[in-house]
Design a protein around this ligand. Structure first.
Ligand code: FES
Length: 169
């Protein structure tokens, strides 16, 4: 599905994980320390916690697992499932294709922005959500359409948005 980020991405690289996230990251590292083949599962779990893999976290993982930083970067850049680009833990897509637009996608987008707390970079301040607008996702008969982590919600009224997002802690 083709997607475009909402808003201007001006300060993405300055978004660093908070102490709570780093504490969880340390717990993951601790759980895998000394185990063979730990790097990929650690990266995977940490990305689920932080939403992405920032440089400071990669350095922490390298130190914690006693793996060269170059190896950690090598793995992250090799596998497409890993990303160093800031993102929320849950990906929200609001379809802005013609059918959805006609059925009120603009109001839906505003409701999602408001309920998710997404900033100008499309990421909520608590790191919970990334908001993107999408092109037609092929469900025009169900317009307007919203997706969260790939799950499609159809004929979504703006008032229903907070309850939908509640399902994604
Ligand atoms: S326009 Fe939204 S699903 Fe087709």
């Amino acid at each position: 599905m083709a997607q475009a980020a909402v808003g201007t991405v001006s300060n993405l690289q300055s978004r660093e994980p908070g102490p709570e996230v780093l504490e969880k990251v340390d717990k993951v590292i601790e759980a895998y320390r000394g185990k063979e083949g730990a790097l990929i599962p650690v990266l995977h779990e940490v990305q689920q916690i932080a939403g992405y893999l920032p440089r400071c976290v990669l350095r922490r993982i390298a130190r914690g697992l006693a793996v060269p930083e170059s190896e950690v970067y090598g793995v992250v850049t090799f596998y497409s499932l890993f990303t160093m680009t800031p993102a929320g833990r849950h990906k929200i897509g609001v379809c802005m294709g013609t059918a959805c637009y006609v059925k009120g996608a603009a109001a839906l987008l505003e409701a999602v922005r408001s309920a998710s707390g997404a900033g100008a970079d499309g990421i909520s301040h608590d790191g919970r959500f990334s908001l993107e607008v999408t092109r037609c996702v092929g469900a025009c008969g169900l317009a307007p359409v919203l997706s969260v982590d790939g799950e499609i919600y159809s004929r979504v009224e703006p008032e229903a948005v907070p309850a939908i997002l509640e399902r994604y802690p």
